[in-house]
Every structure is written in structure tokens, then in C-alpha cells.
Ligand binder design. Structure first.
Ligand code: SF4
Length: 320
């Protein structure tokens, strides 16, 4: 059953020179217990999608159209108090980029998680919240006693585990992990990803994994959505997208990725850079960098269509 259905989500940031069209007509769905990777270059709108889902955009950011249906409740229409009561932490939780900086260095980790629990769940006593923190710490593979320490007493990997414990404190059904393993060494990175995978199975948790690293997504996700310049250009089952990428941008991303099995060859790169989202191209936003660009690509923006079973792509080549 569909847990989350995002339909034509469009989010802009207002700056002095106009509107930055950071996310435009983004649609995807997520089922309970499903993990979806959201990939693309820096600045393609991945984090803006995450911030929009929780409606925690900076003051100049605004959802200008679209729906975010969570069990048929449209998050876009909810007031601040409704979002606090029903959505943030309880239904959707976010692990921010850079666990190193996400905790307040002045307070013990336990106190920070207890405060978050009691802020979002009225009526929970301090003792109950502390017991919950101990259980959460155990669940993420940390000694419950460690919760009484300050963030600087944790290693990078421990801090990331503590952040995951904090994100799960109010039992959400969706966890958004924004670059959860950036700045961690590869061994700790593998441990954190394994933990997320275990939690997904154990708690039937839906996960949105934001990353520019396709290897992380291929290992941990069931589904992959590729974003380019604020739009989803391809989305489908991870295997299907990796084996048969249909969009030229996805093909370029995968070709730029080293394989340990393939013969040694020079890495390829996608020439050019993403467009300025203050004034993006009228048609396909990838057209200036695409080797297959046609007349229609410069005039019409391609819509996302189902090219194969559960495999959607937005490209005029496929529309032909
Ligand atoms: Fe290339 Fe045209 Fe497809 Fe865009 S729509 S990716 S320009 S072929």
C-alpha cells in the first residue's frame, strides 16, 4: 500500500534576482518498508525535496504547487501546529547532512533526545523518555550508558548512530537520510548503511536515502530516482535503472562510475555544468549537455512516462 505519494511537488526560493526553481514537478511514491535512493549532482534539488516533505524550508523557500500525500493527508496544507503534532518526528524524520554538527555540543546526548521526545509527545515523563533513549541506543548498537556523554566524546560513527537513534525516537514510518555516510571512513560508512538496512527490515521503515554516491544507493535501496536540475529524470527499481539506464544523464552518471569487474579504462565525465535555475532552459534542462539533443528537446520539457514496468523516464528519445 502506498505510504507516501508526492505529486508535482514544486518548490522555489526567492532571491533578489528572482525565483530559483529548485524543485519542479517532482513526483514519486513510497511504500512501507521500501527504500528509495534520491541521486544527482550537488544543487539538483535533493535536499530541497527533503526539506519540502517536512515543510522546514528556509524563510525564502516556498512550495508553490503540488501535493505530499501521507496516508491521504496532504502535508502541504497542514499548519505549523499540525505539522508538529502529526508529521515531524512522528511520521517523517530527517537525519541531516553532517552528524558532526547536528548536535548541540553543550548538552549531553541523552538530554537532547529526551527533549526531542517530550517536545513532540506530550505526557511522556522524563523517566519514560530516558528509558526510551536507552532502548534506542541498544537498537542502533550503542551502549545505553554512552547516552550520558557529550557529543564530542563520540566518534564520527557513534555520533551518526546517535543521530539515527534520535531520528527514530518518536517511531516515524519514514526516515530521510541526507548523505548519511559523508565524512565517515569506508568501514564506518559500511556499518552505518548496514544498520539502516537492518532497521528498515526490523521496523518496516520506509527510507529516502539522499546521496550523490550511486554505490551507496545500489547497496541499500529498492528503488532509485535520478534528479537533474530540479526534476526527476528517471525513476525505477534499482536493478532495472542500473542495468538499463534510459535517460542520457543517468547513462552518463553510471558510465562515470568505476567498476571493479570491467577492464581498466579511462573514466568518462559528463561535459558542461547544470543550468542556472533562476532561468533554466525552456525544454529539457539537460539539452545543453546532451549528445542526443533534438529540436523538440529545446522547445518542450519531456514528461515522466513509464517506459518499462515500474521504470519511468523523462526524455523525448523514449517518447518517440
Ligand atoms: Fe537529451 Fe532530449 Fe532526452 Fe533531454 S529530452 S535527455 S535533450 S534526448
Amino acid at each position: 500500500m502506498t505510504l507516501l505519494s508526492v505529486q508535482n511537488l514544486t518548490t522555489y526560493y526567492q532571491i533578489r534576482r528572482g525565483f530559483v526553481r529548485a524543485v519542479e514537478d517532482v513526483s514519486f511514491s513510497l511504500e512501507r518498508g521500501e527504500a528509495m535512493g534520491l541521486a544527482g549532482e550537488s544543487g539538483c534539488g535533493k535536499t530541497t525535496v527533503a526539506l519540502s516533505l517536512l515543510k522546514i524550508l528556509p524563510p525564502n523557500g516556498k512550495i508553490v504547487r503540488g501535493k505530499i500525500l501521507l496516508n491521504d493527508l496532504d502535508v502541504v496544507k497542514l499548519s505549523e501546529s499540525e505539522l508538529r503534532e502529526k508529521i515531524r518526528w512522528k511520521a517523517i524524520s530527517l537525519i541531516f547532512q553532517g552528524a558532526m554538527n547536528a548536535m548541540n555540543p553543550m548538552y549531553k546526548v541523552e538530554d537532547q533526545i529526551v527533549e526531542a521526545i517530550r517536545l513532540h509527545e506530550k505526557g511522556v515523563t522524563k523517566k519514560e523518555a530516558k528509558d526510551r533513549v536507552a532502548k534506542l541506543f541498544e537498537m542502533v548498537g550503542l551502549e545505553p550508558e554512552r547516552a550520558k556523554g557529550y557529543p564530542h566524546e563520540f566518534s564520527g560513527g557513534m555520533r551518526q548512530r546517535a543521530m539515527i537513534a534520535m531520528a527514530l525516537a518518536c517511531n516515524p514510518s519514514i526516515l530521510i537520510a541526507d548523505e548519511p555516510s559523508t565524512a565517515l571512513d569506508v568501514i564506518v560508512q559500511a556499518q552505518v548503511l548496514k544498520l539502516l538496512d537492518e532497521l528498515k527490515r526490523k521496523l518496516n521503515l520506509a527510507i529516502i536515502m539522499i546521496s550523490h554516491d550511486l554505490s551507496i544507493i545500489s547497496e541499500t535501496c529498492d528503488k532509485l530516482a535520478i534528479m537533474y536540475a530540479g526534476r526527476i529524470v528517471e525513476v525505477g527499481d534499482v536493478l532495472s535503472v542500473f542495468k538499463k539506464p534510459l535517460h542520457p544523464y543517468t547513462q552518463g552518471l553510471i558510465a562515470a562510475f568505476p567498476s571493479i569487474y570491467a577492464p581498466k579504462q579511462e573514466m568518462s565525465a559528463i561535459p558542461g555544468s547544470p543550468p542556472n535555475l533562476l532561468n533554466p532552459p525552456k525544454g529539457c534542462r539537460f539539452a545543453p549537455r546532451c549528445n542526443y539533443s533534438m529540436d523538440i528537446c529545446l522547445k518542450e520539457s519531456p514528461s515522466l512516462i513509464e517506459a518499462d514496468k515500474n521504470h519511468f523516464v523523462a526524455c523525448h528519445l523514449v517518447h518517440k
